[in-house]
Write a protein that binds this ligand. Structure first.
Ligand SMILES: [Fe+2]
Length: 280
């Protein structure tokens, strides 16, 4: 199934209590996972995971249900939202992600982080629990603005990205479930389910000339030390200009080939494999 909004929990929640628990996060030691894949800072608070260890924010392929962590016990209002909304026996991982100001994820596909077996992806959903302006989610051709409490079914097989260009943190709950269970059956509280159209963010045109100017500029300055900076610069363009976020890897290839440095070419290949090609 492709990415869509399948429900909303706005009416079910006391948002003052949510705010209190998000403030309480400031006193909890967060995990920082996937540091190579983003710019800025994403803090992660695992509420349920395979081991129950609060320091492990990665996803593994495993049998059985997830264990609640000390963070999950501490953030009791958020945990109760999970317990009341979903059937916990199908849950594999539940993380609260804090995208601090200026955080941006390079366009990527999702994998099983702790395994080389990439054929199977869990069913992933997320719910924004604190939103800001200029925080968007993109999936290849589209950029979406998602609202507070929306339950988003996430298609991680598409190249996608997320950003927070506001001055404050944005928080979202992310869930991974057993992929064998039909998504409707993951819900204990089916009253939250209601399909809603995703809201596309309007963007400016992006011409062939714009692209050529960009590639020429980048080819003249790229090197092994600023490669990630150039990838981030390319990756942010699609939030403003009407272009597919997956194309940045073709742009990087052109720039690196034009530059001709063999170490840079290796770095490009490694990055592309890690972020988008592993699943192909
Ligand atoms: Fe992702």
């Amino acid at each position: 199934m492709t990415t869509k909004i399948i429900g909303n929990v706005f009416e079910q929640l006391n948002w003052l209590k949510i705010e209190e628990e998000l403030l309480a996060c400031q006193k909890i030691a967060p995990c920082v996972s996937y540091p190579d894949d983003f710019s800025g800072l994403m803090r992660t608070y695992p509420l349920w995971n395979q081991s129950g260890a609060p320091k492990d924010a990665y996803l593994y392929k495993y049998e059985g249900a997830a264990q609640i962590t000390d963070i999950g016990i501490k953030l009791s209002y958020l945990s109760n939202l999970v317990k009341n909304t979903f059937h916990l026996e199908f849950l594999k991982l539940c993380r609260l992600h804090e995208y601090t100001s200026e955080t941006f994820f390079l366009p990527h596909r999702d994998y099983l982080d702790g395994s080389e077996e990439i054929g199977e992806i869990y069913t992933r959903m997320y719910i924004p629990v604190k939103v800001q302006e200029k925080c968007w989610n993109s999936y290849e051709e589209e950029v979406y603005d998602v609202e507070l409490g929306d339950i988003v079914f996430h298609d991680g097989s598409l190249v996608h990205s997320v950003c927070n260009f506001s001055s404050e943190s944005r928080f979202r709950f992310e869930f991974d479930f057993d992929p064998q269970i039909p998504w409707e059956d993951l819900f204990k509280d089916k009253s939250v389910l209601k399909l809603k159209e995703l809201k596309s963010v309007p963007r400016e045109p992006f011409s062939e000339e714009d692209l050529n100017n960009l590639l020429e500029l980048a080819a003249n300055i790229i090197n092994c030390y600023n490669f990630k900076d150039i990838a981030v610069l390319f990756g942010k363009i699609h939030f403003q200009k009407n272009v597919n976020c997956a194309l940045i890897y073709d742009w990087l290839e052109k720039v690196v080939e034009k530059n001709g440095n063999s170490d840079l070419l290796e770095l490009y290949k490694k990055t592309r494999w890690h972020l988008v090609d592993r699943k192909l």
